[in-house]
Each structure stands twice: as structure tokens, then as C-alpha cells.
Design a protein around this ligand. Structure first.
Ligand code: PAF
Length: 286
């Protein structure tokens, strides 16, 4: 596996693969790779001939006071994992390479409506930063398909919308969240948790499954259900940012008549913000 740091080298390597008739798959990441990321790479190796990953901790998607500076940077270990997983090319640019003219005047991509509420409400500008960097990366790599984790459910919806709205010929694939044995969704931010916090963290997923089970059993009073579960999260030692039931496609607040639902949560444990979600289609057979 080759690692390149410039757009020029990236384009040359992808052009070589294309000239050999290869289909290109792309997995954008911020590094500190865990089994969830590796599942995306594995999926890509099954779908295309040439897999490109990127590692870039994008300052544009972090707000003031967020964890940009302490976000773990583990390039050597990441390279080894990508190699083992069958990745062909890693693009690991610097901030200057991605934003050579600085960020203040950078053209932005924003996806209204889908970016509002949920994580968009507590992280103003976050999805504009994500949509902008993903658009840039898509234009640099020009992949046939790109793969993202469903753990970032709202992010995936935003990326699907931008690709559709800006007519990018890229297939977007969402892959199921990879979880620890106790249910905690894998995340680079889990590394910030103390031993005590790590023991509490699975309560986030337990909350989602309790809500999902209640809905499956016919509960439709969503405000009461949510209020009860917010109290449980607080009792367990978490500080909920949001806990909501939304329509899975539009992300609008769910009505009692909606069948395709997603339950989304963000909660703080100390200063670490954990997010998770559970997709629940009441019309699905299994
Ligand atoms: O999900 C992430 O790791 C990031 O938001 C992404 C998609 C790589 C954009 O920086």
C-alpha cells in the first residue's frame, strides 16, 4: 500500500488504476482506525478493484472548544491496519494541502434541513465542515463508490443528499455500526473514557434498544417514552445532549404513523460526547 500526501500524487495513482480498468472505492476517515473502519475497507475490497482510504482530521468540522487538538493521530498504526485489510492507497494530506489558501475564504458546501437539529444543533457548522471536506475529497479521488459507517447516521444522510443534489456520479454505501461485546458502538472517542466511564457507556445502546423494543410492542407515545429514557440515562451518570425518534429518511421528528424510524442519541460522559443510533423499520420482516 502506498501512502501519498499531495493531491497531485493522489490523482496520479488513481489515474494509473483507472487506466488499468479498475473500479475505485473510497473510504474517508479521520484516522485512529478501529474495527468499524476496517469493516468499511473490507467491504470496499469486496466491491471494487482499487481501494483508496484517506486520513485527515478536518479542522473545518470542529467547533471552538471541541476536541480537534486532542483527536488521536496514530498514522503508523493506521497504515499497518489498512495494509492488512487490503487497502491499496492511503491519502494522508496536511491541513495546508487541503486548504492551501486557508479556511476563512474556503468555498463551503452546506446541506440545509438535514444538517439542522440533532448533532447540527449542538455542533454549529459541523456538517458544513463535513460536507465541504467530503466534496473536496470526492473531487480529488473521483471514486465510483464511497463507504461510510451508519454510526454517523445524520452525516450519512447529509452526504447522500450532497451527492444527489450536486449530481456527483458516486454510489454511497452505508455500513452497519460495529459494536463491542457489551453493545458500545466503536468510536475513536471511546479512548477518552476512563475505566469507570467505559463501564457506564453501554447504557447508551441499552437505551436505544429499550426504546426500539417498546415501539415494537406498540408504544406510540414518543414524548413520554423519550422523557423516561432521558431520566434513565441521567440516572446512569450520562448527560444527554439529545435523544430523539425521527423518520429514517427525512430525519423529521417521527409521528405515531411513521413506519421507518431511527432513534438517535448523543450524550456526554464527562467531556466525551458519544453518539449512537438504531434504525427500526416496522415494516421489515425480520
Ligand atoms: O466520519 C468521519 O470520520 C469524518 O466526518 C469524515 C467523513 C471523514 C469527514 O471528515
Amino acid at each position: 500500500m502506498n501512502t501519498v500526501k499531495t493531491v497531485r500524487e493522489l490523482r496520479a495513482a488513481v489515474a494509473r488504476a483507472r487506466s488499468e480498468g479498475k473500479r475505485i472505492g473510497f473510504v474517508p476517515t479521520m484516522g485512529n482506525l478501529h474495527s468499524g473502519h476496517i469493516a468499511l475497507i473490507t467491504k470496499a475490497t469486496q466491491r471494487v478493484d482499487f481501494v483508496v482510504a484517506s486520513i485527515f482530521v478536518n479542522p473545518l468540522q470542529f467547533g471552538a472548544g471541541e476536541d480537534l487538538d486532542k483527536y488521536p493521530r496514530t498514522l503508523a498504526a493506521d497504515q499497518e491496519k489498512l495494509l492488512q485489510a487490503g487497502c491499496h492507497l492511503l491519502f494522508a494530506p496536511t491541513v495546508e494541502e487541503m486548504y492551501p489558501d486557508g479556511m476563512a475564504g474556503q468555498t463551503r458546501v452546506s446541506v440545509p434541513q438535514l444538517s439542522e437539529g440533532l448533532c447540527g444543533a449542538s455542533r454549529p457548522g459541523h456538517f458544513e465542515g463535513v460536507a465541504t471536506v467530503v466534496s473536496k475529497l470526492f473531487n480529488m479521488v473521483q471514486p465510483d463508490l464511497a463507504i461510510f459507517g451508519q454510526k454517523d447516521f445524520q452525516q450519512l444522510a447529509v452526504i447522500r443528499a450532497l451527492v444527489h443534489d450536486l449530481n456527483m456520479p458516486i454510489q454511497i454505501i452505508g455500513e452497519p455500526t460495529v459494536r463491542a461485546a457489551d453493545g458500545l458502538a466503536l468510536s475513536s472517542r471511546n479512548g477518552f473514557l476512563s475505566e469507570e466511564q467505559r463501564a457506564i457507556a453501554p447504557e447508551v445502546y441499552r437505551t436505544l434498544t429499550r426504546i426500539s423494543d417498546a415501539i415494537k410492542q406498540g408504544e406510540r407515545d414518543y414524548p413520554t417514552l423519550i422523557n423516561e429514557q432521558i431520566k434513565q440515562l441521567e440516572a446512569a451518570g450520562l448527560r444527554p445532549d439529545y435523544l430523539e425518534i425521527r423518520h429514517a429518511l427525512t430525519l423529521r421528528p417521527a409521528t405515531a404513523q411513521d413506519r421507518d424510524l431511527v432513534i438517535l442519541v448523543a450524550a456526554f460522559l464527562g467531556t466525551t460526547r458519544l453518539i449512537d443510533n438504531l434504525h427500526l423499520n416496522l415494516d421489515a420482516t425480520s
